[in-house]
Design a protein around this ligand. Sequence first.
Ligand SMILES: [Fe+2]
Ligand SMILES: [Fe+2]
Length: 241
Amino acid sequence: MSPLKVNLAVDPTPDYDSTAYKAAYGRLNGVVIEGEQEAYGNYLKLAEMLPQHRDAFTDAARMERRHQRSFQTCGRQMGVKADRPWAEGVFAELHDRFASAAEQGQLVPCLLIQALVVECLAIATYNAYLPVADDFSRKVTETVLKDEYQHLNFGQTWFKDNFDTVKADVQSANQAILPVAKQILNRISHDAERMGMDLETLEEEFTIQYGEALEDIGFSFQEVSTMAEVLDPSDPEVMAA
Ligand SMILES: [Fe+2]
Ligand SMILES: [Fe+2]
């Protein structure tokens, strides 16, 4: 019997100067810049929708704008042009879901999309990226990450304080939005891997952060598991349920 193979998919020291690395960096940098742009716009909209938290949301929007600029500097530092048109496509569906919920005055899906899903996507991506980042990008990402945890915490607290009245709406918004979040992770996975990121870490980080947020809000472990099943409807346990 042959010994177990070591997983060689993750290169601990990417060749930052290679054409392949730079091409992947350009697309992922575009996604990150676009994600920060979405976050900026979403928080400004949330400030209108929930005026009692206007200051907190406006502050968050300002921070997202700062993050965007920092990541633009990373791209320049790397000598890479961010692929914004591609990145816009990655976020198109989530963007449309937020816009149509906002148009209908539906606060819960909007807050779930930004304060839980976008923040957890950012946290997962940035955590998976740190071990393989170049020095400059790593320092920027570490600073940004601290803010994203703070944003996630703000969203969690609001949902927790309003849990009884919003529980059913959170469950139905989750059902619609979680597959869209998964699609985003799938679409960035190829470039993430080329940049040396561990895809299991990326996916696990997202699932863990998002699941922990839901539990903190007030959902039971069982309810969180059921809410996550929307990601894998072919799971035999789900089929049997
Ligand atoms: Fe951000
Ligand atoms: Fe954020």
